[in-house]
Design a protein around this ligand. Structure first.
Ligand code: UDP
Length: 314
């Protein structure tokens, strides 16, 4: 590897992509970000514009990716990732997970670079093993509305392993569990931004179903630290990176309202099709292989996110 590692980050203008770029740059790397801005926003990269080691290309990575010079790592983060986004853009979601992953792997192969795939806990679908270890193969409905995301990511994992086995591309598969923090979109429809927005505006907290379904939420700084350590390890994975602190959606809504000092009350509305009942990472592998575990409590992370949202969204 050269003195200053050079990385391509697809999906650079997204919530997670922008945090990844920031971390790589602050560790001295050079970063070329790609994004077609379908769900990403340039505002997420405002703090990086003009930095010497950062450049940005507005491009759909399902098209041929052209880049001069050496590349050490390709981090493939591009994809709609919120349920309302991938329900609105089902074909783009499948294309970026299939063709986009193929293009990105092609760059890694061509440049002799390592490849990191942003995979997801959605590969476990509506899990019948709980918590979910990486050895669990999952329980996904391929033809349901969420199938476009779940199956695209599963295909991405399979394609990455094919490049690893056939072409020797150093591959890393990270299965990202629910993550929250600054730079989430106000209207991205996920539970945390919805409950924050509703709490701040004193609107009802829209809990789907009876709210007994669970999620395990990781603060973005912890997630990015996990990915950074994973890159520095010699592990291919897949590796779960997420926070094993599990909470019901109803408890989450009430917690957000409490921290925001809101008088919003819960209303129960229809549950989306195939919404997973439970989700919680088994992080033993990440703990053992690269000594990672989350540091930020849900209360602290939500407080930081609410503070950010008050300034950024309103
Ligand atoms: N959810 C909810 N109210 C909302 C948004 C989401 O009750 O306004 C629920 C959703 O049905 C799911 C959980 O919160 O059970 C997490 O949803 P999110 O969209 O954040 O992420 P997912 O884990 O489904 O990808």
């Amino acid at each position: 590897m050269r003195a200053v590692p050079r990385a391509i980050v697809t999906g650079a203008a997204g919530f997670l992509g922008s945090h990844i770029c920031t971390t790589l740059l602050s560790n001295g790397w050079e970063v070329v970000g790609f994004d077609n801005l379908l769900t990403g926003e340039m505002g997420n990269l405002a703090h990086l514009q003009g930095k010497e080691r950062f450049s940005f290309v507005q491009q759909d990575v399902t098209q041929h990716i052209e880049i001069d010079g050496d590349v050490d790592w390709v981090l493939h983060w591009a994809s709609p990732a919120s349920p309302i986004d991938y329900l609105q853009f089902p074909i783009q979601t499948m294309k970026v997970g299939s063709l986009g992953t193929w293009r990105a792997l092609g760059v890694a192969k061509d440049k002799g670079a390592g490849f990191v795939l942003a995979s997801t806990s959605e590969v476990y679908g509506d899990p019948q093993v709980h918590p979910q270890p990486e050895t669990y193969w999952g329980h996904v409905n391929p033809v349901g509305p969420r199938g476009v995301y779940d199956e695209a990511k599963r295909y991405g994992e399979a394609l990455s392993m094919a490049y690893h086995r056939q072409h020797g591309v150093p591959v890393k598969l990270v299965r990202i569990f629910n993550t929250y923090g600054p730079r989430m979109r106000r209207n991205d429809g996920r539970a945390v931004p919805n409950f924050i927005k509703q709490s701040i505006k004193s609107e009802p907290l829209t809990v789907h179903g009876d709210g007994s379904q669970t999620r395990s939420l990781c603060y973005v700084d912890d997630l990015v630290e996990g990915i950074w350590r994973f890159i520095g390890s010699d592990v291919t994975g897949p590796v779960n990176v997420g926070n094993p602190h599990e909470i019901s959606v109803k408890e989450l809504a009430e917690l957000v309202a409490g921290i925001a000092g809101s008088d919003s009350e819960v209303v129960y509305i229809d549950r989306p099709v195939d919404d997973p009942e439970v989700r919680c990472p088994d992080i033993t592998l990440a703990q053992n292989e690269f000594g990672w575990e989350p540091q930020v409590s849900l209360e602290d992370g939500l407080a930081r996110t609410i503070e950010w949202a008050r300034a950024a969204w309103f």
